[in-house]
Ligand binder design. Structure first.
Ligand code: PLP
Length: 342
């Protein structure tokens, strides 16, 4: 048997394990467009309760949950405020303009994070010739920020500014649990700080498909209509929802392991001659820049020859993401191979 590749391209590459597959197979299902899939309903209730919110909606992707949230909170000719590296700006095909007809007001934050002060001074006064500042989107953890995360204190300060300035606050929490296992902060307190929260089940949590949008009864009622018009109404989606329930029950605490492995890799990379710099490693993501004379594709080929796959991340930068399909042995093997890649 050939040795399995160590795939650090993304935490989306995980495959359901035996326990998850068995749990999926025994799910009770119904037609979720009619709201009659008991397993989808159970998942939505479970995550809403976790964050102390009224309701939630199961969607095919985190792009859809973010896009629905933007649409709920804005009208055409409004703007949303976010960091320049955020997923809603960089990686959702410009959907904020397409679906919601809104502009973006970009802040150059620090490692993907923006502050209450920066938000406060970004808000426009609302002259006729300006878009109306209506929504702030935070990302946690920040993907392009190297997996950095906000503290609850920082989030509460931002929430206060949003409240004072009449702005809605949405959290793109694709990897929220990677942060919460580090801080141990209370999910209810996080729920309270945001109007809506999106959480991905198909990243580090290891479910094959799906994200949840969490909010009030009224927001989720609107979200159901928007999911339908985007073509995201699913029928017997309970098989997929079962995987998410399993992931929430089994795969949250172990995210600490992914975070620790990423930290170890980051520390090692910082000592290697082919590496120019490494972003601080906060959670399960390691972003590093190669020396100027080393091309990223050349490096990735050499890395692949050592059995390791990774993603080019713009310029001469490479991203590693640790996840539950990286075994102890694979993580150790990667640490052993990295010094001799170039
Ligand atoms: C992955 C991701 C999403 C959602 O992506 P989908 O692939 O559409 O599920 C949203 N925000 C961030 C920060 C992400 O990393």
């Amino acid at each position: 048997m050939t040795k399995a590749m160590i795939n650090l391209v993304s935490d989306t590459v995980t495959r359901p394990d035996k326990g998850m597959l068995e749990f999926m197979m025994q799910a009770s299902v119904g037609d979720d467009v009619f709201g009659e899939d008991p397993t989808v309903n159970e998942l939505q209730q479970k995550i809403a309760t976790m964050f102390g919110k009224e309701a939630a909606l199961f969607c095919p992707s985190g792009t859809m949950t973010n896009q629905i949230a933007i649409k709920i909170h804005t009208h055409p000719l409004d703007e949303l405020i976010c960091d320049i590296d955020s997923h809603v700006y960089q990686s959702e095909t410009g959907g904020y303009a397409f679906h919601s007809g809104v502009a973006v007001n970009l802040i150059q934050g620090m490692n993907g994070k923006i502050t209450a002060e920066e938000i406060s001074s970004a808000v426009k006064p609302g002259f006729d010739w300006q878009p109306i500042s209506r929504l702030v989107v935070l990302e946690n953890t920040c993907n392009k920020g190297g997996g950095s995360y906000y503290s609850l204190d920082e989030v509460q300060d931002i929430s206060t500014v949003c409240h004072d300035k009449n702005l809605a606050l949405h959290l793109d929490g694709a990897r929220l649990f990677n942060a919460l296992v580090e801080t141990g902060e209370d999910t209810h307190a996080w729920g309270k700080s945001f109007d809506t929260i999106s959480v991905c089940m198909s990243k580090g949590l290891g479910a094959p498909v799906g994200s949840l949008l969490i909010g009030s009864f009224e927001q989720i009622r609107q979200a159901r209509r928007l999911r339908k018009v985007m073509g995201g109404g699913m029928r017997q989606a309970g098989y997929l929802a079962a995987a998410c329930i399993y992931a929430l029950n089994h795969n949250i605490d172990r995210l600490k392991t992914d975070n620790a492995r990423a930290r170890q890799a980051g520390e090692l990379l910082a000592t290697l001659p082919y590496v120019k710099s490494v972003k601080p490693t906060f959670t399960n993501i390691v972003i590093f820049t190669l020396q100027d004379d080393i091309k990223d594709h050349y490096f990735l080929e050499k890395l692949k020859a050592k059995g390791i796959l990774a993603a080019p991340f713009g310029g001469n930068t490479i991203r590693f993401v640790y996840h539950l399909d990286i075994s102890e042995q694979m993580a150790e093997s990667a640490l052993k191979e990295l010094p001799s890649v170039l």
